[in-house]
Design a protein around this ligand. Sequence first.
Ligand SMILES: Cc1cc2nc3c(=O)[nH]c(=O)nc-3n(C[C@H](O)[C@H](O)[C@H](O)COP(=O)(O)OP(=O)(O)OC[C@H]3O[C@@H](n4cnc5c(N)ncnc54)[C@H](O)[C@@H]3O)c2cc1C
Length: 480
Amino acid sequence: MLWRLRLTRCQPCVEAAVADLTKEAIDALKGAMRGQVLQMSDTGYNQARQIWNAAIDRRPALIVRCAGVADVRRAVSFARERGLLLAVRGGGHNIAGSAVCDDGLVIDVSSMKSVRIDPRARRAYVEPGVTLGEFDHEAQEFALATPLGINSTTGVAGLTLGGGFGWLSRQYGMSVDNLLSADVVTAAGELVHADASHDAELFWAIRGGSGNFGVVTMFEFALHPVGPEVYAGLYVLPLEHAPDALRKYDAATAAMPDDLSVWAVMRLAPPLPFLPAEVYGKPIIAFAVCYTGPAEQAARTVDVVRSFGQPYGEHIGPMPYTAWQKAFDPLLAPGARNYWKSHNFASLSDGLLDAAMAALARLPSPQCEIFFGQIGAATARVPAGATAYGNRDANYVMNVHARWDDPSDDARCTQWARSYFDASAPFALGSVYVNFLTQDEQGRVRAAYGANYERLVAAKTRYDPNNLFQHNQNIKPLPA
Ligand SMILES: Cc1cc2nc3c(=O)[nH]c(=O)nc-3n(C[C@H](O)[C@H](O)[C@H](O)COP(=O)(O)OP(=O)(O)OC[C@H]3O[C@@H](n4cnc5c(N)ncnc54)[C@H](O)[C@@H]3O)c2cc1C
């Protein structure tokens, strides 16, 4: 029950549509595809239905591994004409597991992996199966980048469509602020090139409205000079110093330059080589620092974190941007069970810090953590109505990561996350980043979009009136 998305379409209707699928229809679909169509009995099916969050265990009737736009169009039309429940998979990282449905059809675009960089025009043209690491690999060849997330195996597609933020966001904005155009296969199966002057309403809606409006088959991003070296690393203190350190951090944030990002993570210490061995497994707060400005100013600029307290250890210095983009991969590997809760904050109040410390005193598993991602700066200088992503007043995105391995810990770990989420709610802005919503949070979709919600409903009613794209944090169209 916990892991089931609340569907608009009734479960018996979903099952009836699958029961109506004939062998002839499936064979015809297979014959029409350049990519692969997998059924439950096929080799590779079990691997193809797995996603980053191992707590999600769903069995679609068909997984269509699209090789290109033609496959996507055919798969969309196949699902629409047969009334099949439809899910869309990019990098497979979404915590809610929206990439995979029970029964129904998955459009899997993860093998569409082209990245074309135009270094002169500073543009990237990116297919929807590309991961952040793959994007960086191509763009960094020319010392270029665009704001994306902090874990290299995340999909560019789902991250961007929900908003997207990472180490470069304070300098260059959200991922959607750097999206210049997109090719979208709509519910009608049409291919639309959307930008500021063509299908502008669709272009507005996909910049935050997630997978509600169609399947994006190409993203065009603006690129910026970044690296190839940045000045980055970790500054690690004992957890008991966290309230004082976080107060200093919050006070320093307003004066930090756009090219400095500092995030805070509280958890048990992983075996980081620069920490004394006796610190491993002890509660810590780690400030993760990334400075992308002029090298000669780096040491002086990051010095601010050293005022946060006496550390257990630090490792901050020049390193390749691509290495920093992978620094958190070992802690975020696929295969564990995960449950998240998230709030946005304008500032870190004492009540919030008390709630965080109380939660950290009763961590239910060694992999659980609370982090504050720092945004603001360039992300806040865009008007809230400019894109569907509208949380422009958020200076910090807090995520409580419950993470564990044994299914018998499901209830204990999810309850821990929920309880801290409730305790921290009075200090939050009330909005939330849609990409951090779990499968049982459809009720927060309106809050995720705030004043932009009604406009999104109008766009949904125009572009997907029958809610074909509903296996997501769903924006429901108006009834016909
Ligand atoms: C370990 C980890 C670290 C993360 N770090 C960050 C971070 O630093 N910054 C940040 O902003 N977010 C971060 N996220 C959240 C991330 O943005 C979301 O999980 C996002 O949904 C991942 O996209 P995906 O393509 O990998 O996911 P998927 O699960 O494949 O897709 C999620 C949903 O997006 C939609 N979608 C995907 N591809 C398409 C497409 N081509 N067309 C239309 N709709 C599509 C679908 O509705 C799909 O169900 C992180 C997530 C994880 C698990």
